[in-house]
Design a protein around this ligand. Structure first.
Ligand SMILES: Cc1ncc(COP(=O)(O)O)c(C=O)c1O
Length: 396
């Protein structure tokens, strides 16, 4: 019987060039982004400039985490305590957490079988809020043209959570470039790895000036290469609080060489995804997620649905795959575990039952595809899942 021996949490090593850049920062000791000498441009400012160019955005800001990027975008958009903010029911804890960190209240919107936000449910709930924090959860991008039309109709400001879609596109437009802010994470399991870290992009000078002030720039915003010009700060520098969450030069030094490789990494992930997807095609009982032609996704993880299976059968599939070295995460588990959890587990946020979404959430099996896996590894993983799903489906 075949067994997989790889590690689902093992990312690639940091490139040598990035290690050397990080060592150079440690040797000179100027880790704080505003600690520069003479004409020196800080690694953080360079990263922001390169990230803005890569995303085709006017402005970029590097911060301490993806969750911090989300909260900063919400604050910059004027979300206040008690405000309601629309967001996905299918997402991870930092998303409703960012909303709650402002004293605001998440309003959960359902999920479709495509694992994207349910646009009908969004239309029904749109009147409850001014802001939509849209999570492109696990890299699934909804019909962005339809979503933008809905936001226009209902006057919703869109903030995009691109923690899983850095480098992805919808109809050629990069994820994060539809909303007023695109927010990214550079935490270890994301598309760039600095351990912890986050980035924001925007074309709006006032919103980005607020975000820069919020991040803790004191009156040093003039040192940003990818920030708005000084006039944008004229008034708001007096009334924007400092909620420190800057990125440091060490992380930025590690990220810059990785950013230069982003396209190639995205392709490598998606090649792995396609091998697993192919290996699971036409398997009775298992539903693959349809990927629309307009979506250029980054396959850094894969999800499948075992719709309407009993809890016992789902648990058996997970246990049998685990016994053969394949780690599947289940979004249907009643108790939150590891990185997975469901909207009902976030008890600080009131939620209405959503039976159609619950049916989908409890069917989701989720698996990471780190770049340390080869294409052969992915084929083996698919064979194992295929065999175990079939065995349980046939009552073996
Ligand atoms: C969907 C989603 N959004 C946002 C974040 C926040 O990223 P960070 O861990 O950098 O705060 C994460 C991280 O796991 C995530 O999965």
């Amino acid at each position: 019987m075949e067994r997989f021996t790889g590690t689902f949490t093992q990312q690639e090593p940091i490139p040598d060039e990035a290690i050397e850049a990080a060592v150079a920062v440690m040797r000179h000791g100027r880790l704080h982004r505003y600690n520069t000498v003479a004409d020196e441009v800080a690694e953080v400012a360079l990263l922001e400039s390169e990230f803005a160019a890569a995303m085709g955005a006017r402005y970029a800001l590097a911060v301490a985490s993806g969750g911090y990027a989300l909260a900063t975008a919400l604050r910059a958009c004027g979300v206040r305590p008690g405000d309601r903010v629309l967001t996905n029911a299918f997402t991870l804890a930092p998303v409703p957490g960012a909303i709650a960190s402002l004293g605001a209240v998440p309003v959960f919107v359902g999920v479709t079988e495509a694992l994207t936000i349910d646009l009908d449910d969004l239309a029904a709930k749109a009147g409850q809020a001014d802001v939509l924090l849209l999570s492109h959860m696990r890299g699934h991008i909804c019909d962005m043209a339809a979503l933008m039309a809905l936001c226009d109709t209902h006057g919703l400001t869109l903030i995009e959570d691109c923690a899983h879609t850095m480098g992805a596109r919808w109809n050629g437009t990069l994820s994060g470039r539809h909303g007023v802010f695109g927010c990214y994470s550079t935490q270890t399991y994301k598309h760039l790895n600095s351990g912890e870290g986050g980035l924001l992009v925007s074309d709006d000078a006032e919103l980005m000036a607020r975000a820069v002030m919020l991040s803790g720039s004191y009156m040093l915003y003039g040192r940003h290469l990818a920030g708005p010009s000084p006039e944008a700060y004229a008034d708001l520098r007096y009334d924007t609080p400092n909620v420190s969450g800057r990125m440091d030069n060490l992380r930025a030094a590690i990220l810059r060489p990785q950013l230069a490789r982003l396209e190639a990494r995205c392709e490598a992930w998606t090649a792995r995804y396609r091998v697993v997807e192919e290996g699971l095609r036409d398997l009775p009982g298992l539903t693959l997620i349809a990927r629309p032609a307009a979506e250029r996704f980054v396959g850094s993880s894969i999800q499948v649905l075992l719709l309407d299976w009993s809890d016992a059968a789902l648990r058996e599939v997970i246990a049998r795959c685990a016994a053969r070295g394949v780690e599947l995460k289940w979004f249907g588990a009643p108790e939150p575990a590891g990185f997975t959890s469901r909207y009902e587990s976030w008890r600080y946020a009131p939620s209405e039952p959503m039976p159609a979404s619950d049916r989908i959430l409890r069917a989701i099996l989720d698996m990471r595809l780190p770049l340390t896996f080869s294409l052969d590894d992915c084929a083996l993983i698919a064979r194992i899942i295929r065999a175990e799903v079939s065995a349980v489906f046939q009552g073996a």
